[in-house]
Ligand binder design. Structure first.
Ligand code: ADP
Length: 162
């Protein structure tokens, strides 16, 4: 059983993330999308909200499971019996830190290999930060996220203003 973990902040999940999830899920037997509990960041959505949102948009892909985790990714991978970590590469700027993380994770857990997917051209500009900033300044971010996620962000923006 080939099991991979796709870790990230997903604050919120974008069409770029979704594209990568579809491609990775088609490559392995089970893909675990894992939302990182990162107390250092000040997120727009709580971890539970992000898990719910990701479940909504990936519900139709049978071999995708959504979880959250804190602590070391290498330990979470061991616990889940996963052999692979999936990450996306958008630009060269992603490369250096991703390479370092992949090598660190392999040292911490030698059963783990990182698989990189090159981002689809049409989503290579896209990040969760782009979505949050465009939404905060009243721009049209409907091309960046699924309709379900759009509704979550709209609600959050309204709540923040009231
Ligand atoms: P992190 O804070 O851990 O980088 P993100 O949610 O920003 O979490 O990203 C999670 C993963 O998804 C990373 O591997 C990142 O390179 C990848 N990713 C981010 N945006 C895109 C995109 N537009 N297309 C494909 N992959 C992406």
């Amino acid at each position: 059983m080939k099991r991979a973990i796709y870790p990230g902040s997903f604050d919120p999940i974008t069409l770029g993330h979704e594209d990568l999830i579809k491609r990775a899920a088609a490559t392995v037997d089970e893909l675990i999308v894992a939302v990182l509990v990162n107390p250092a960041k000040n997120p727009l959505f709580s971890v539970d909200e992000r898990v719910k949102m990701i479940k909504e948009v990936t519900g139709k892909i049978p071999n995708v499971r959504v979880e959250s985790f804190d602590g070391l990714l290498a330990d979470f991978a061991r616990k889940e019996n996963a052999q692979f970590i999936v990450r996306g590469l958008r630009m060269v700027t992603d490369f250096e830190s991703e390479m370092q993380m992949a090598q660190t994770n392999h040292v911490l857990n030698e059963n783990i290999d990182t698989i990189f997917f090159v981002t689809s051209l049409k989503y290579s500009y896209l990040s969760s930060t782009t979505v949050r900033e465009t939404a905060a300044f009243g721009g049209d971010y409907s091309k960046f996220v699924s309709p379900e996620v759009y509704a979550w962000v709209e609600r959050r923006m309204r709540d923040l203003k009231s």
